[in-house]
Design a protein around this ligand. Structure first.
Ligand code: HEC
Length: 144
C-alpha cells in the first residue's frame, strides 16, 4: 500500500501542472521576485508590468516576441547588466534570479521544485505561454 503514495503524489503534482509547462523556478523565488520588482522596477515598468514611457512591457505577447527564442540565462544576464536602468548591476545575483522567476511566472510559466540558477539553458519560449498570470496586478498592488 505504502508504495503507492509516491505514485499518487506524483500524479497529483502532474495533474496540477497539466496544460502549463513547468518552469525552472520555485514559488518562493516568484514571491521574493515580486517584492523586488515592487522595490526596484515598478516605478518604470508599471504595476501591471505594462511599461511606462520608454520602459518596455514585460508581459504578454511583447515579452514572448522579445525573449521567446532566448534562454533563461540570457534574460538573467541582460537584466543584470542593464537593469534597473538607473543603477544597473546593483542587486545581488540571488535577487536577479528571483526577478527572472517572477517575470517568467507573470508570463504564464508554472513554478516547480527546482530553484532557478544563473546558468539555466531552458528556452523561454518553451515555458511561457504569453498569457499574463491573473495575480500579477493584484500581487503587486497588495505589495505596494
Ligand atoms: C529608471 C527606469 C527603469 C527601472 C527602474 C527599470 N527599468 Fe527595465 N527598462 C527601462 C527602459 C527604459 C527599458 C528599455 C530600454 C532598454 O532596454 O534599456 C527597459 C528594459 C527592460 C527589459 C527589456 C530587455 C533589456 O534588458 O533591454 C527588461 C527585461 C527589464 N527592463 C527589466 C527590468 C527589471 C527586472 C527591473 C528591476 C530590477 C527594471 N527593469 C528596472 C527602464 C527601467
Amino acid at each position: 500500500m505504502r508504495a503507492f503514495f509516491p505514485v499518487i503524489a506524483f500524479l497529483l503534482i502532474a495533474s496540477a501542472a497539466f496544460g502549463q509547462p513547468a518552469g525552472p523556478f520555485t514559488a518562493a523565488q516568484v514571491d521574493a521576485g515580486r517584492q523586488a520588482f515592487v522595490q526596484h522596477c515598478m516605478v518604470c515598468h508599471g504595476n501591471k508590468l505594462q511599461g511606462i514611457g520608454d520602459a518596455q512591457t514585460l508581459v504578454g505577447k511583447d515579452f514572448v516576441d522579445l525573449w521567446g527564442h532566448d534562454t533563461v540565462k540570457e534574460l538573467f544576464t541582460s537584466v543584470k547588466v542593464e537593469m534597473p536602468q538607473n543603477d544597473p548591476g546593483s542587486l545581488s545575483d540571488e535577487m536577479y534570479l528571483n526577478l527572472v522567476a517572477f517575470l517568467l511566472h507573470a508570463n504564464g510559466a508554472a513554478d516547480g521544485t527546482t530553484p532557478l540558477t544563473a546558468d539555466s539553458a531552458v528556452k523561454i519560449g518553451d515555458i511561457v505561454n504569453g498569457k499574463p498570470s491573473s495575480d500579477v496586478a493584484a500581487g503587486l498592488k497588495a505589495a505596494k
